[in-house]
Design a protein around this ligand. Structure first.
Ligand code: HEM
Length: 136
């Protein structure tokens, strides 16, 4: 593994740096990593102990789980506990897609964007209604 040490963000620990491609390889039960807010967490040994169950961790294995993680509203204890599993951070983390609770990986995972087309459709219907009633 060619991960180098991050010299810009060293506190008392050395942070390893990963690309999101590297993280993506760890999506199996025997090596399961998730990304939360640019941090990389190796939850392989936590799967059986996770109070939220293993399914949700496996679902997000190898990718960004920030939105889901935040939605759950994990307790302070959970945040404290997760430090134990942190193995580094993602260098090419792109959070422009996920400013405030929007979906992280729209192409593979489309949950959460359904209301947009719905609103567009609703607006179009309202406009059509007025045009048909008042113009013709
Ligand atoms: C190292 C990372 C994680 C740790 C240490 C952790 C820890 C915990 C803990 C302690 C709880 C019990 C409730 C609480 O204290 O907040 C919990 C619940 C839960 N977690 Fe996690 N979690 C992690 C990652 C994740 C991720 C990545 C997801 C989703 C993508 C997730 C989804 C859930 C869900 C759905 C629950 C159940 C909430 C409920 O029953 O209402 N967790 N987690």
């Amino acid at each position: 593994m060619s991960a180098k040490i991050d010299k810009t963000n060293v506190t008392d620990e050395k942070e390893r740096e990963f690309t999101s491609d590297e993280v993506r390889d760890h999506d199996e039960r025997d090596s399961l990593w998730v990304i939360v807010d640019a941090g990389v967490y190796d939850v392989t040994r936590f799967i059986d102990d996770h109070p939220g169950g293993e399914d949700v961790l496996k679902e997000f294995g190898g990718r960004d789980a920030s939105q889901r993680f935040l939605e759950v509203g994990h307790s302070a204890d959970a945040h404290e506990l997760m430090k134990k599993y942190r193995i580094g951070r993602v260098v090419d983390y792109d959070d422009t897609d996920v400013p405030d609770g929007t979906d992280t990986s729209a192409p593979e995972y489309s949950e959460g964007v359904g209301w947009l087309p719905l609103m567009a459709g609703l607006c179009a219907s309202v406009i059509a209604y007025y045009v048909l009633n008042y113009v013709f």
